[in-house]
Design a protein around this ligand. Structure first.
Ligand SMILES: [Fe+2]
Length: 227
């Protein structure tokens, strides 16, 4: 092997965001999550930390810039602090100053903001960037976990001020096409490992929609005492 080839072989992949800067972003986001914990019963640090870890994992598998995928995961849900029930784009007004203060270069910050918007469930397509695929798989996995509807769905309703019918319509409306067209997960291992969970989750929400049209269920829900 020539000297040049050896140098290429040991050169780590280019990273747009240095590790100490990512750690600084994480500290700032965690602080914000703590400060606004009452507004984030669903999208708090428990969610962000999970998505961060999984986005880094999926980026390590698909060749994405892992530093961009991880940093995007850290700032992907800041919109829920800006305004409840808002789109990812609404988080830009918090995201960009936070990234700048943490020392993320302006071009990398724009890249990260693009990845966040690109990965959003309601608009993502089969052909998004590798960094957005890593973020999307991480965020989608959180949604597809069998524990999420049982343990956390009521927190989503509370956080975003919506009812069960609206949440069911959102989930079925947003997740149906990616699931049925085969890009629910971009990572093949994730699709194999979690595909059944995704299918069961979607079917559950379709059944919830159906049940809300049933008069007996409507009567039952109306009879539950308010706590
Ligand atoms: Fe998220």
């Amino acid at each position: 092997m020539s000297t040049d080839a050896a140098q290429v072989a040991v050169t780590p992949a280019a990273r747009a965001v240095p590790r100490p800067v990512i750690d600084g972003v994480a500290r700032r986001v965690r602080r914000l999550c703590r400060k606004h914990a009452a507004k984030l019963p669903f999208h708090g640090w428990h969610h962000v930390g999970f998505v961060r870890d999984k986005a880094a994992y999926f980026a390590g598998r698909n060749g994405a810039d892992p530093s961009v995928a991880e940093t995007a995961a850290l700032v992907h849900d800041l919109n829920y602090i800006v305004r409840r029930n808002s789109s990812a784009a609404a988080g830009r007004e918090l995201r960009m100053p936070l990234l700048a203060k943490a020392g993320v270069e302006a071009l990398a910050a724009e890249w990260i903001d693009d990845v966040v918007v690109e990965a959003e469930m309601c608009t993502r397509t089969r052909d998004i960037s590798l960094e957005a695929q890593a973020l999307s798989d991480a965020d989608t996995l959180f949604k597809a976990l069998p524990t999420t509807p049982v343990v956390l769905a009521h927190r989503y309703l509370e956080e975003n001020g919506i009812g069960l019918a609206e949440l069911a319509a959102k989930i079925v409306g947003e997740q149906g096409t990616p699931h049925d067209d085969g890009f629910y997960f971009y990572d093949e291992e994730a699709a194999r490992r979690y595909g059944r969970w995704a299918t069961a989750n979607l079917e559950l929400w379709r059944c919830i929609q159906e049940s809300l049209d049933d008069q007996d269920v409507d009567n039952l829900l109306g009879a539950i005492p308010r706590s």
